[in-house]
Design a protein around this ligand. Structure first.
Ligand code: UDP
Ligand code: MG
Length: 318
């Protein structure tokens, strides 16, 4: 079978691990070629504004092997942008992303590919034995619990950088900010079949983690956006309209009630309920109008390629 495998590796100051990583990767790629699982490979390193020797080291790999490719960002743009740069250029039928710090083990390549061959479009790694500090593991557990509950996608480890994709999935993804944590959700939204496999995880032996505590606050906002985009991406009015209509009706009922009292001769000018009723009506109307504007934006931007929705087309020439 002729099949190209692309690796995408985001690199932000990882000079300490690159030589060993490259060696380990090459061993595994050679094995995959030997057993006929793939016929060729390419390795996209994306240097996300590295200021150490990472880029020089990768250039040396590339000088020896034309299948090694390097994208250098002008400054640090974050892991999502780095992955996206690779996604856009990767030509492989199968694409594997992994971190550059050797915490992900290239020995898992074959297991990922087997799972893809079992009929899945996206296979996500699950670091079931995770070698990270506790202050990282606990928030991560919480994040995974909440995300899987709200999205309805039962994964243990959304954020694992070690994932394998069929080409179609990669071409459907558009991530920025911190959205790399939600790739499985976006894939699910587009109708792809998502699975998870347990993967070996190692301690970071060189360099340091690039993500600090502020990731969690950003993560909260991203979680809100991701879940919103999962459910309402093409119909934001369903979301804003529901809230808006509920508030509007509540406000309308309150004000009708007060009007009745007023017609009965009671004074209502000093009642807090009046303010509440008016507030509900105004906010409700605003929310509905916001929904309309959001729908206009979707309508304007949603004229993209429908290829990402289609698994198969049968259209024989007559
Ligand atoms: N990384 C990146 N840009 C960033 C932060 C991280 O390209 O702004 C890369 C980093 O070099 C590594 C991977 O993303 O290859 C995962 O980062 P890290 O190991 O620091 O994350 P952790 O394992 O601590 O979650
Ligand atoms: Mg790491």
């Amino acid at each position: 079978m002729s099949r190209l495998l692309s690796l995408i590796i985001p690199v932000y100051n990882e000079e300490g691990s690159l030589p060993a990583l490259y060696k380990k990767i090459m061993q595994n790629l050679q094995e995959l070629i030997a057993v006929g699982s793939i016929s060729a490979y390419e390795i996209w390193f994306v240097s996300d504004g590295s200021t150490d020797k990472s880029e020089q080291i990768i250039k040396k790999f590339a000088a020896k092997d034309p299948a090694v490719k390097l994208i250098c960002f002008r400054r640090n743009f974050g892991k999502s942008r780095a992955l996206q740069a690779g996604f856009r250029r990767a030509a492989g039928d199968i694409v594997i992303t992994l971190d550059a710090d050797l915490q992900d083990d290239p020995d898992e390549f074959k297991n990922f590919i087997n799972k893809i061959d079992a009929g899945y479009d996206l296979v996500s790694g699950w670091k079931y034995n995770r070698y990270d500090p506790l202050e990282k593991k606990i928030p991560s557990k919480l994040f995974n619990f909440v995300t899987s509950r709200f999205s309805g996608l039962p994964l243990h480890d959304f954020n694992c950088g070690f994932k394998t994709y069929r080409k179609e999935v990669v071409k459907s993804i558009n991530i920025y900010g911190e959205f790399h944590r939600y790739i499985p959700i976006f894939a699910l939204r587009n109708g792809f079949k998502v699975a998870e496999i347990p993967v070996k995880h190692h301690k970071r032996e060189t360099g340091k983690s690039k993500f600090g505590a502020e990731r969690y606050l950003r993560g909260l906002f991203d979680a809100l956006s991701a879940i919103f985009l999962l459910k309402y991406w093409d119909r934001p009015m369903y979301f804003f309209g529901k809230i808006g209509l509920t508030l509007f009706i509540a406000g309308f009922l309150i004000c009708s009630y007060l009007s009745l009292l007023w017609f009965g001769g009671e004074s209502i000018g000093g009642r807090p309920l009046l303010i509440l009723g008016i507030l509900f009506i105004l906010v409700g109307l605003q929310s509905i109008l916001l929904g309309l504007i959001a729908n206009i934006i979707v309508d304007r931007t949603a004229r993209h390629n429908d290829d990402i929705y289609i698994r198969e087309i049968i259209a024989k020439e007559a």
